[in-house]
Design a protein around this ligand. Structure first.
Ligand SMILES: O=C(O)CCC(=O)C(=O)O
Ligand SMILES: [Fe+2]
Length: 189
């Protein structure tokens, strides 16, 4: 592994993991729609890792920091798009980057996708991976549990768009992924 550890390094993180997925539908975007209209606006995923299954309709665009422009990431049959999120960026002391991306459906037809967000064991404490810093003083971020981080992110995001939200961790059955329920009441976007 590129971090210099063996395949068991993430075992504790992967125990009783918290994961969720969304079923997304992007109606075709009208040709005369506003140039800033997006299916999903520019953002970075805030969890650890996302496996994204796209249907057969393109629309995903990824920001290239060097070129300062978006490039398309079209669907490849049988393949997932693998995306690191903000929490992995933090875990790796910014050695690995959480990319900015957005979706604009210019295809004229309906687009579907399934992002699967994997955030690991909610009780696991994310603290700088040792091979990502030379001395403890180089650590940029304070340790934080997966649960605290994800919960805070949900609060930030949904409060910002003016939607009341309640997030609660529910009991889970041994061997099954934990579920983080986010209840969203009516509100304005
Ligand atoms: O629908 C897509 O292709 C991307 C969705 C996405 O970026 C997200 O849900 O975070
Ligand atoms: Fe995303």
């Amino acid at each position: 592994m590129s971090l210099g550890y063996d395949q068991h390094y993430f075992d504790e993180f992967c125990t009783d993991p918290m994961a969720f997925y969304k079923l997304l539908h992007y109606p075709p975007q009208a040709e005369d729609s506003h140039p800033l209209q997006r299916g999903i606006g520019a953002h970075r995923d805030f969890g650890v890792i996302t496996l994204l299954l796209q249907g057969d309709v393109p629309g995903l665009e990824v920001w290239d920091e060097e070129a300062q422009e978006y490039y398309p990431a079209p669907p490849v049959e049988g393949a997932y798009v693998v995306n690191l999120g903000n929490l992995f960026e933090r875990w790796s002391n910014d050695v690995y980057i959480s990319n900015v991306h957005c979706v604009i459906n210019r295809s004229g037809t309906h687009r579907y996708s399934i992002p699967f967000n994997y955030n690991g064991n909610p009780d696991f404490v994310i603290r700088c991976i040792e091979s990502c810093r030379s001395k403890p003083e180089d650590e940029k971020y304070a340790p934080i549990s997966v649960d605290d981080y994800v919960r805070q992110k949900y609060k930030d995001v949904y409060n910002r768009v003016g939607i009341y939200q309640v997030a609660e961790r529910v009991a889970w059955l041994p061997g099954l992924p934990c579920v983080l329920y986010v209840r969203i009441t009516a509100g304005k976007y």
